[in-house]
Write a protein that binds this ligand. Structure first.
Ligand code: CMC
Length: 425
């Protein structure tokens, strides 16, 4: 094993150097504070590995993303979302027999408790679906004991799609559509979203395939903000539903999963204002403009985001197959072309990320803009679950509790009220 030596205030400290299966290097500083009294400072954790994990591998320089060793391009082309859920959670793609059982379990646990339907009544129609989703997922813990995690994983995966579609039906004032056991996971979701009681509803195979693709591309992304949140909350011993609900809240932010909604709003704003794409890009470069090119940039990918490449092609193909045109796709491609030849974006290695083109596909499927981040959450569920499960099973897991570098006042006396008043006069 190789060693990294730290020279601190004239003294040397040795630390083991670990290597991942893909050759990544990590200095194990577990003993740093005990040995030296010092801590590391890494705001935003850009240089900090918080765990070891065998689930997802990303090489941000080369644009590689693999789930359990399988390239995202291979999975996106061949697998179903349910197969990818199984892969992430159990470590291997399922055999046909395993898939049959897993699929059946996901089908049979789709219903939510009838009492939970009443919760939807309490939300205003304008409630953001992410507010409803996080509250509902945390509420599942009120119905299911913490002790059967394997069954709770199935319940969570299965009921989340029912909750997301009920949130949509609530927002448009339509009756809830119950899950149908004859349909696949994705078909079931689409019929709960778009069927109405008086009419037959058939999911187009093009839409079904596009939905599988989107969910697969979102399914895991190693230790991102929401996944780290799931692990952080779970490390305290909080139950699966509570931990995932926290992850949903983290995903909501515009710098993370909330970016997909922001991208479409940005594209619409550009078109409606008549502003040129070039002018928007210029504004996004000004630090104090409050404007960014949403759907661009990534903490890890510094060359291209493989998910964005797949989605850009898919957006073109799906729109063509559905016989649709979306002017927002033209604006997106124009923005991309301008940004990719601009020194500001080139120097900072800013490229389209997964959220840049996903909204175009969601729109083509009829999914409203404020539902996009909930769709991302639906896709990310198996990843959060797999990461939570890995953390719970890892004997070395400790409660996550970072340190800080204190920069506040040093010890001082409490002054009398008179002295404080005198100081303000
Ligand atoms: N538009 C304009 N400038 C940008 C952008 C952008 N989208 N992204 C980064 N920059 C600039 C940033 O201002 C900084 O400039 P400087 O070095 O002059 O200060 C530099 O590029 C580095 O950016 P950073 O914010 O320090 O990078 P980060 O790794 O902390 O943040 C990010 C990554 C994704 C939060 C950021 O690129 C961003 O805010 N992008 C827009 C939001 C977005 O699309 N988020 C979705 C991410 S992918 C889906 C997911 O998994 O969450």
């Amino acid at each position: 094993m190789s060693i990294a030596t730290l020279l601190l205030k004239g003294k040397e400290y040795d630390f083991p150097v670990l290597e991942g299966t893909e050759g990544e290097t990590a200095i194990d500083i577990t003993s740093l504070r005990a040995k030296s009294g010092a801590i590391t400072l890494d705001p935003g954790y850009a240089n900090t590995g918080s765990c070891t994990s065998a689930i997802t591998f990303i090489d941000g320089e080369k644009g590689i993303l693999r789930y359990r060793g399988h390239a995202i391009e291979d999975l996106a082309g061949t697998a179903s979302f349910v197969e990818v859920c199984y892969l992430l959670i159990h470590g291997e793609l399922p055999t046909p027999a395993e898939l049959l059982v897993f699929d059946d379990q996901l089908t049979r646990h789709s219903l939510i408790h009838e009492d939970m339907k009443k919760f939807f009544e309490g939300f205003p129609p304008s409630a953001h679906p992410m507010a409803i989703l996080s509250a509902m997922i945390a509420s599942l813990s009120a119905y299911y004991s913490e002790h059967d995690n394997e069954l709770n994983i199935i319940r969570l995966l299965s009921k989340a799609k029912t909750i997301v579609s009920f949130a949509y039906k609530k927002s448009i004032g339509q009756p809830f559509i119950y899950p149908c056991n004859a349909l696949s996971y994705t078909q079931n979701f689409m019929q709960m979203m778009f069927a109405v009681p008086a009419e037959d509803y058939v999911v187009s195979p093009v839409v079904d395939r596009a939905l599988n693709l989107l969910l697969i591309l979102h399914a895991d992304h190693e230790q991102n903000c929401s996944t780290s949140t799931v692990r952080m909350v779970g490390s305290s011993g909080a139950n699966l539903f509570a931990s995932i609900s926290a992850g949903i809240c983290a995903l909501w932010g515009p710098l993370h999963g909330g970016a997909n909604q922001q991208v479409i709003e940005m594209l619409q704003q550009i078109r409606q204002s008549g502003q040129s794409a070039r002018k928007f890009v210029e504004r996004a470069k000004e630090k104090d403009s409050g404007s960014k090119l949403m759907g661009f940039g990534h903490r890890v990918y510094k060359n291209f985001d493989p998910r964005a490449t797949i989605l850009k092609n898919a957006a073109d193909q799906v729109l063509a197959a559905l016989g649709m045109r979306d002017p927002l796709l033209d604006t997106a491609m124009e923005l991309e072309q301008i940004a990719l030849s601009d020194p500001y974006f080139i120097e900072r290695k800013l490229y389209p990320n997964v959220d840049f083109y996903s909204g175009i596909l969601y729109r083509a499927m009829g999914i409203p803009t404020n539902m996009f981040t909930a769709m991302f959450a639906l896709g990310r569920l198996p990843g959060w679950i797999a990461q939570w499960k890995e953390m719970v099973k890892e004997p070395k897991t400790k409660i996550n509790r970072p340190r800080q570098l204190y920069v506040g006042k040093t010890a001082r006396e409490v002054e009398s009220v008179e002295t404080r008043i005198a100081a303000t006069v």
